[in-house]
Design a protein around this ligand. Sequence first.
Ligand SMILES: [Zn+2]
Length: 191
Amino acid sequence: MTAGFPQFRTGKVLATAFTGTLSERHGTAVERIPTPQRLTDWLEIHGLPVESCSNAQLERARALREAIHAAATAAATQDVLPTTAVRLINDCSAQGWAAASLTPDGQRHWQLSPTPCVEDALSVIAADAISTIAGDRDGRLALCASSTCRAVFLDTSQSHTRKWCDMNTCGNRQKKARFRAHQTAKARPER
Ligand SMILES: [Zn+2]
């Protein structure tokens, strides 16, 4: 059941899609994984289905999410990586069991342990965060230009000039605000 819960945002990079499950961190924050069930829903959508999730596992997942957000933000602003965040990412990467396997049609599939648990899924997300922060992927980590958002995203544009974490949310909101300001200016009588 998804009724009544905030929708998930989609993204191509697993680690930053995961940090996006808490949005508007600098405004009115929206928690998109408010319950253990919503975390299992999110994991399933991202190819990491698990059997169950406890409140403690949800807390662990949210702690990893904030650690990735902190470390990736530091990487984007070329600051020193926060030690506790790095430790938690490394712990989560080492704790679960997951193996990459190739499907017959050439896709990568994550094979979790025989009784797939949240820790397995978090190890995949943590490893993805490590390669993203370490610069293994094409692109540059950047922060969303929205002052209430400041989400970290991987800018894969050739010129590295992408401004918004998501064109459909932050980008669109900015465009509408600019349009409204323009209309108001036009409506104002000339003196
Ligand atoms: Zn944004």
